[in-house]
Design a protein. Sequence first.
Length: 137
Amino acid sequence: MITLIKNTAFWYALAHMKTHLEPLAIATNFAQATFYCLDQILLTFRSLIAYYLKLPDVSDPGVQAIIASIEKQWDKADQEIFIAAVILNPFIKITPFNTSVSLFMNMGIFNLMKYLYTHFSRFLSPQLNLPLIVQPC
């Protein structure tokens, strides 16, 4: 055990792993909060990808596996609701998005909201048929 403690390569490898795992641990702690909103999930994914792409060892297989895992989870998610949640946040709006993409122009945002409204309004009972009201987090 003493030889392991005196081994500088061990401490370097441990610091290397910490650099890769600490942002995931922080994001997991945030995501487990009681009042964690949909817009915060998308922004967390975005910040994690940005963090890992800025690492000097971005070509490391571990970093590539983490990025691929985040992208896989995003591909499996219902992306429209997360994007709408960010757009409807009065403090963020469309700031994090590339506004040259047609989805983030006025008509694209309107179509996104219309799609989400028709998707969720089919679950409302016919006698209620209330408009979709977005509550702030």
